[in-house]
Design a protein around this ligand. Sequence first.
Ligand code: PLP
Length: 354
Amino acid sequence: MNDTLDMTITKAEQSRLTVTDFSQLPFGKVFSDHMFIAEFDNGTWGNLQVVPYGPIPMSPAISALHYGQAIFEGMKAYRQANGKISVFRPEKNFERFNKSAVRMSMPEIPKEIFMQGIAALIDIDEKWIPAQDGYSLYIRPVMFATDPYLGVKPSDKYIFALLTTPTGAYYSKALKVKIETEYTRADDGGVGYAKTAGNYARSLYPFAEAQKEGFDQLIWTDAATHEFIEEAGTANLIFVINGKLVTPSVRSTVLDGVTRDTIIQLAKKAGIEVEERRVSVKEVIAGIENGSLTDAFAAGTAATVTPIGEIGYQGKTYKLSDPATRTISAGIAKTLNDIRYGLAPDEFGWNWVV
Ligand SMILES: *Cc1c(COP(=O)(O)O)cnc(C)c1O
């Protein structure tokens, strides 16, 4: 990598490690001792710091709050079998972060700040990376507009931060999901492919409505016709139909997931045929009914590989095969985990050993 950047490091006076219960880790609630911050001002990034995790004083007029210039990412660091720490495919997250930045008229972050920030934070908070099977340290990059100015225009000032949170599995059981045909997550020409705050805000109400009906997650459909399956809103969707891996193609309304891409590559390598194309609701329902659809799962960094157990569509519930019988997704999930934890050869060079 490039030269080492200048960075101020301020250590926390007291670590919270000893008062943290690693057997109880609800996703995203427990933060490690430190965070990384960089500031954008006068057209450049600077003031790189590792500081104790905590509040940042800010004006309530900052434009992120009013007009939504806010983007984020999500990746994980794993404690490998040999004790080394590795981050899974951070360059993909870096590239996607800057794609999101461009779409939201925000400045791109230089690669060395992104990568060296991660390395510095992991170095200082290494003990926060859990060793248990299935556990990891979730890394959350975020950038938001900090101009205290109420005019609608791209902000001149931004903060980039890296937060880390030790985590176990996000979903622990097979999901009951609802195919959403009233509300939409993203539309053509919009910002669905960006990891930007508003995409998640707009999904909260439909999600809450679905939860009231007993669902764990939504399957979003296309805004124009509601006939095609897009994704789950925090994870991509993958089906096994007639023995082939079938997944909605990436488009402006579907986020280009790192986990999705990884699974596609692993499946191809294992000799499984992969189809990236439009996937209709009709096809999925028919596949469940005639038995050609043998597996369905959500794939994402936070969600990992989570089987879908039941699908609700227009008031009817369709039960899928018993997750315990699904050899294709279970096999891929195991290979993926083994690579992350250094238990299988990393032939694709996905692990970035810090
Ligand atoms: C983060 C995210 C995913 C999953 O992407 P990964 O890179 O696999 O974590 C899928 N859809 C949306 C909308 C997301 O925000």
